[in-house]
Design a protein around this ligand. Sequence first.
Ligand SMILES: *Cc1c(COP(=O)(O)O)cnc(C)c1O
Ligand SMILES: [Zn+2]
Length: 400
Amino acid sequence: MVKLSLKCTNCKETYSGETPDQRCGTCGEPLEVEEVNQGKIREGNVLNQSIIERYGDFYPFLDNEDKLSLGEGFTPLIYSSDLSKELDIASIYFKNEGINPTWSFKDRGTLAGVIRAKNLGYKGIGTVSTGNMATSVAAYGAKAKLDTYILVKEGMTLEKLNPIGIYNPKLIKVDGDYSSLYSESLRIGRENNIYFINSDVPLRVEGSKSIAFEICEQLNFDMPDYVVVPTSAGGNIRGIAKGFREFMKAGIIKKLPKLIIVQASGCSPIYNAFKDNTDKISRVNDPNTMAKAIENPYPPSGNASLRLIKRTGGTVVGVTDDEILQAQARLASIGIFAQFASATSLAGVKKLKENGYLNNTDSLVCILTASGLKYTSIIDKHDINIESCSIDNLEEYIKK
Ligand SMILES: *Cc1c(COP(=O)(O)O)cnc(C)c1O
Ligand SMILES: [Zn+2]
């Protein structure tokens, strides 16, 4: 196992991978695992490999002997000719992350985090989350037989708590200032031998690299112009960007896709900063969107995400709840039921085509970050058709 070293995403200061700190002591910005710049995709049977095995050259700091995979990753990339035509763009693909063990992309980073926690001999893992990350860490904590601490906001509904609780973690509703829980949990973890896999910590970001790796393979290394990512904390987009960079440095691909960040207008700190052309995000004081999975008023990797967009040359867009609702219904009409927050990627593409940012020669991959079945209460907002008739009249009813 190769030693891991960490580098600040901003000032480039380096740290030993054994440091329990997840942020830079000098500038406060997030740390990231030093880039891997050589390696190949492993051969072998993809049906019995985990992402950490297939792309093992790019995870040299993980010792995978415990086999903690629950079958994450290798999600479908679905082309839509209908939507390519309707939007008048060259091609649009959807990477359906709803097909993961706990129905969101979070499982990729949780696997990397839990392997790392085991390798370092931690007795417990944890996370701070209001949803998908909580479910994911609870599941992998159960699989790894580690004490698992899930810290959630006071006032969360049973619809969200039960699918976390089923894995039987220590599920704790914390009363108080939720925004300080991120750093407070890291501090408590450091002192109590608990490895906190929060939204944008380095190992969680590492897991998201595999989304980029799979896109490269699925498109036969013919890179799209853009990858569109619903963004909240900024961990996922950082991982995807890093995955493409590492494949580029290793000579596996020849072109880097540009990145597009999509946020919900009701809580869009990264979009606000981009629009105002500043380098630093500001806290959103009154977040208000149904896209709860991406409602982070002060994202810990917000500035780092802005830096990425500047570097790759993509853009940031905000979409309203109505636009998201329409996009969710349109995705269902091609057979994909994505979580409300995930449908922002299609809504963002539509807006960027209408305002002329995208043109008819562009090829795109939209990341659909989670499954629609996770939070079903939103279904009430759609017009759902249900008809009825008696069995005696059924044939006649169907004929007409
Ligand atoms: C976590 C999550 C996101 C945002 O990912 P970040 O890494 O926080 O930017 C987007 N969509 C869904 C469904 C999520 O669960
Ligand atoms: Zn720094």
